[in-house]
Design a protein around this ligand. Structure first.
Ligand code: F6P
Length: 349
């Protein structure tokens, strides 16, 4: 078979490991040829691709990012976009497409099914917000990176008796904040799923400091916002860009800076903020993510050969399974809130 592969959306540790697995498993198990589309759906729209041979990808297991490049191009942004995408794949004699991406990229793959595109999805995102799979590859690496950062911030916070707010990624969900916050011993974890109360956060910090613990670490997801009206308006103004990408997403960032300033103003404690940003998305995948990405890539090839189009490979109860793409996209997988209320909260205040 002739298989197309693309990587869309934000880069993520493990993308290259999936590409490697698709190419090598396809060639060695089935004699497949693989064509890599450049820069996500943009490469399909512009018919820009490179042939991928095992010798070209065998060293990719440890490399972060994606050698194919990525973009947030959406073929559905124009009326004739979906037809152009389908026609270009046909011109390239593509029998099946492996789309590696998050909600947006896989949503396109699912919708292109109606235009005759035979696609299998592989779930990618450091945010871990895709439904249908317990974990996406990249999440584990991002949590390791964020945890190491929090460990380092702890020692500076302690030495200077400061409050340090650490902003991590997580547009819709607080998986990274919660896992890294628990692993790093955070004193507050604020997530998009639960609007927070700045006054209550400050009270708990003051309570801690009055009890003789003169430093605090607050971990906040980039998408977390206060619930009270005045604070909400101020925080939104400080954190959301006015422009949006082709999928309608504004650029986020700034809640950490805003919150640190509020905490200092309301408590009088010296406060700082650190935004981890793309540091969480870069670099080599952990062993866990290398294995998961490889399992996903091998299974995607198997799904292609079984004709399981419109499916996404997924991890459920330790096993790699296939779920319908439409089950996975369009509804972010929210945090298991008991992790916050039962596991993290006893260590707050
Ligand atoms: O990949 C998802 C994500 O990490 C979100 O948490 C974040 O909002 C977004 O990417 C930012 O991506 P970029 O800065 O590349 O637009």
């Amino acid at each position: 078979m002739r298989i197309g592969v693309l990587t869309g959306g934000g880069d993520c540790p493990g993308l290259n490991a999936v590409i490697r697995a698709v190419v090598i498993a396809g060639r060695t198990l089935h004699g497949d040829e693989t064509l890599g589309y450049l820069d996500g759906w943009r490469g399909v729209m512009e018919r820009r691709s490179v042939p991928l041979r095992p010798t070209r990808v065998q060293h990719l297991l440890v490399r972060g990012g994606t050698v194919l490049g990525s973009s947030r191009t959406n073929p559905f942004a124009t009326d004739d976009g979906p037809t152009i995408a389908a026609e270009n794949l046909a011109k390239d004699d593509i029998d099946a497409l492996v789309a590696i991406g998050g909600d947006d990229t896989l949503g396109v793959a699912q919708r292109l099914g109606a235009f005759g595109v035979r696609a299998v999805g592989v779930p990618k995102t450091i945010d871990n917000d895709l439904s249908g799979t317990e974990v996406t590859f990249g999440f584990h690496t991002a949590v390791e990176t964020a945890t190491e950062a929090i460990d380092r911030l702890q020692t500076t916070a302690e030495s200077h008796h400061r409050v340090i707010v650490c902003e991590v990624m997580g547009r819709h969900v607080g998986w990274i904040a919660t896992y890294a916050g628990i692993a790093g011993g955070a004193d507050e974890i604020l997530v998009p799923e639960v609007p927070f109360d700045v006054a209550a956060v400050c009270e708990r910090i003051m309570h801690r400091h009055e009890r003789g613990r003169y430093s605090s670490i607050v971990v906040v997801s980039e998408g977390a916002l206060p619930g009270t009206d005045g604070d909400l308006a101020a925080a939104k103004a400080a954190t959301t860009s006015s422009s949006v990408d082709q999928f309608g997403h504004a650029q986020l960032g700034g809640i950490g800076a805003w919150l640190a300033a509020e905490i200092e103003r309301r408590t009088g404690y010296e406060s700082r903020h650190t935004t981890l940003g793309h540091i969480q998305r870069g670099g080599s995948p952990t062993a866990y993510d290398r294995v998961l990405a490889t399992r996903f890539g091998v299974e995607a090839v198997a799904a292609v050969h079984d004709g399981a189009f419109g499916k996404m490979v997924a991890l459920q109860a330790g096993q790699i399974v296939r779920v319908a793409l439409e089950e996975a996209v369009g509804r972010p997988k929210s945090l298991d809130l008991s992790l916050l209320s039962e596991v993290a909260a006893p260590f707050f205040g």
